[in-house]
Write a protein that binds this ligand. Structure first.
Ligand code: SF4
Length: 281
């Protein structure tokens, strides 16, 4: 790869993924991006954050990857859609970052979560970072929409202690309207994870007027319960922390006036998952 990749040294750590980050790799040649994706020796990260208690068990370091092929109407990190908005980071640099927290993560029963964006856009980098984490004895979690799950071999799945599977909907047309993509591949990945006895935490973003259809959610709950490896379901209330990003990026945001769900609505939806026999929060 050309030298300008290695000299980019933007701060990796962020206070939260809600920091707007754009164009950090815009000078990286297209050929270098292709080589990075093919080898996994380098990835594109929005940031590292520390101290998360909501992205897997214990206290987590989260690597937020750049790049996503979905276009969810409620996405709170649209700056992560474009891979070259991220910081080019070698596996070695990312591993060193993780090493700093290794002892603390063990003490706090936490680990490394790779989220995004969609991490499996850069699946080779993700695999290499998880290999490094496992070599340090660090628990690993992957937060994914599952669309590119077939990029991971069965052996690579074994590197992942927990999959945080983001389910956005059930009805194919509704799902396509919400995300721009088909739901089928997410469901196939869920079935494959279950067949291989991989642990899943299912995540569902609840947006009033958009993803609050009880019948639709009941179908997701029934499917999730049938998998047998879903340890818990997290109903994530929609929020507006990412609204300013849409504005600053000059993108059309359709949820400008949408309010977060009420406590009662969240409890109602949690109840649907519980009624299917799942542990839900
Ligand atoms: S899958 Fe995640 S990162 Fe991608 S558009 Fe949807 S919410 Fe945003």
């Amino acid at each position: 790869m050309s030298d300008n990749v290695s000299v980019i040294n933007a701060p990796l750590e962020a206070d939260s993924p809600f920091e707007l980050r754009v164009g950090l790799s815009k000078n990286v040649p297209e050929s270098d991006v292709r080589i990075a994706l093919a080898t996994g020796d380098m990835g594109f990260l929005h940031s590292f954050t520390t101290g998360s208690t909501v992205d897997g068990p214990g206290v987590r370091v989260v690597a937020w990857t750049a790049g996503c092929m979905w276009r969810c109407q409620y996405c709170h990190n649209p700056d992560t859609w474009t891979m070259t908005n991220g910081i080019p980071v070698t596996v070695a640099r990312a591993t060193e970052q993780l090493r700093k927290y290794r002892q603390g993560l063990k003490i706090m029963s936490g680990g490394l979560t790779i989220s995004g964006g969609e991490p499996l856009m850069q699946h080779r980098f993700v695999v290499k970072l998880f290999e490094a984490a496992k070599a340090m004895g660090v628990h690993t979690a992957l937060d994914t929409n599952g669309y590119y799950g077939d990029r991971l071999t069965d052996e690579e799945l074994e590197l992942i202690d927990l999959v945080l599977l983001d389910m956005k909907g059930w009805d194919p047309d509704r799902h396509r309207s919400l995300t721009g993509m088909d739901v089928a591949r997410t469901l196939e990945f869920a079935l494959r994870l279950a067949a291989r006895k991989r642990k899943i935490w299912l995540r569902y973003v609840l947006v009033p007027g958009l993803t609050d259809d009880a019948g639709e959610i009941a179908k997701i709950a029934t499917f999730a319960a049938s998998l047998g490896t879903v340890e818990r379901v997290d109903v994530l209330p929609f929020h507006q922390l990412g609204r300013y990003k849409w504005k600053q990026l000059g993108m059309n945001y359709t949820l400008e006036t949408t309010e977060p769900p009420s406590h009662e609505m969240v409890e109602h939806i949690v109840g649907i998952f519980r009624a299917a026999g799942l542990t839900a929060h």
